[in-house]
Design a protein around this ligand. Sequence first.
Ligand code: DX5
Ligand code: ZN
Length: 241
Amino acid sequence: MPTHESQCLSPADKKISIAPSVMCADLCNLETDIRELEKAGINLLHFDLMDAHFVPNMPIGLVLIEQLRQKTDCAFDIHLMVNNNDFFVEAVANIGVQQIAVHAESAIHLDRTLSVIQAHGIKSGVALNPATPLSAITYVVDRLDFVLIMTVNPGFAGQKLVPATLRKIEECRAFLDKNDAELPIEVDGNVSFKNIPKMVAAGADILVGGSSSVFHTSGSRKENIQQIRQAIAQGLKERDG
Ligand code: DX5
Ligand code: ZN
């Protein structure tokens, strides 16, 4: 069985993780893509699970995640964009995943759903749409292992960054510091070569890489990851400077 060694949740040492978004991979040649990413040092994969209700799309499903679980040791980061969170939490927990984010906007009993995720021994996160205020996590901070800030409206790859979300990353970092919560911030949506330095400088720790970075058509997966690492270094310099 895979060991799922993941160093993705350690902001203390300023390690920034890259989480390629599987929906943006070449789904007809997925195993080839995964091997290339592993060779480039990737150990975390982001899965966008959509139900065509919470968001009007459905790019990948449970069977694909289940089959891929047998093929790689990478940690699985599940981003639920669904109305029935409890059904999907159970389903992916049974597959064996390492972290799950549920949207604050769809979770009716958010505190309970996060507790269920943690009871499975899985890291729990809350995802926030661009327009959702940070106050949505105020009373669940103790239940969180990470926060997922959506930097586009969820559902589709290839969108443009919602500019106000850069300020939101900064405010989220300040909010977490104020609450003595040393949690990583994951960012998702148009995490491009150009936006990465700004996102990292603002406080992002986990970068979901989609069509605008990891799977950008201008380079190979390896070249794109190298370019992302350079952008991260630039962002860290700004953060520390
Ligand atoms: C958006 C998805 C993202 C998307 C990001 O709902 O959650 O994972 O794939 O990729 P790009 O870089 O295309 O915005
Ligand atoms: Zn996502």
